[in-house]
Design a protein around this ligand. Structure first.
Ligand SMILES: *[C@@H]1O[C@H](CO)[C@@H](O)[C@H](O)[C@H]1NC(C)=O
Ligand SMILES: *[C@@H]1O[C@H](CO)[C@@H](O)[C@H](O)[C@H]1NC(C)=O
Length: 163
């Protein structure tokens, strides 16, 4: 019995460094690459879209990608679709580079980059499901084309922040 418990805790410890990846959806009609994304709310990591989003709690997006080419300037874009209404969600960030945690712009081809963004939606949001298309838009070498893109659904639910 205690042997089994030890095995379980050993496996638990071993699995900690493994980065959990959230299975997102690929974007249609894009030239952008599909990155590795982890979406979490506190310690709760979403396995796959749709993911829970709690108004007033911070959701964090961690995006890992390998640069497809040399890039100097990109802007993040989030396109939201809900109940047939489409709008660009304001990220209050116009330069992707400020979200890089392990490097700086410009980035070179094949460089591994980590980008983090904390999403806070206000408590005024109703309980709906929203489809988000998240992309980085190239602003210099090929203006207005997507460098990377992924899509996912968030289920907005007024509940306690997951611990
Ligand atoms: C696909 O993307 C191109 C370039 O962004 C755009 O002009 C075109 O309208 C898009 N097509 C569809 C079906 O969304
Ligand atoms: C994405 O995840 C896969 C599987 O864990 C890994 O092999 C790959 O190196 C990751 N890519 C990046 C850019 O982190």
């Amino acid at each position: 019995m205690s042997f089994a418990v030890n095995i379980v805790s050993f496996i638990g410890i071993l699995s900690v460094p493994t980065l959990a990846i959230t299975q997102m959806n690929t974007c249609s009609n894009t030239t952008g690459i599909y990155p590795n994304v982890t979406y979490s709310v506190n310690s709760y990591v979403c396995d796959r879209s749709p993911c829970l989003c709690v108004p007033g709690c911070t959701s964090s997006l961690s995006v890992d990608f390998q640069a497809p080419k040399y890039l100097e300037k990109m802007r993040p874009k989030v396109h939201a679709t809900c109940l047939n209404v489409q709008l660009d969600y304001p990220l209050n960030q116009d330069d992707v580079c400020v979200g890089f945690t392990n490097t700086q712009c410009p980035i070179v081809e094949k460089e591994k980059v980590n980008y983090k963004y904390n999403l806070n939606i206000g408590t005024i949001f109703p309980e709906v499901t929203v489809t988000l298309r998240f992309s980085f838009i190239d602003e210099d070498t090929a203006p207005n084309t997507e460098v990377l893109c992924f899509e996912f659904d968030i289920i907005i639910k007024k509940t306690e922040c997951p611990a």
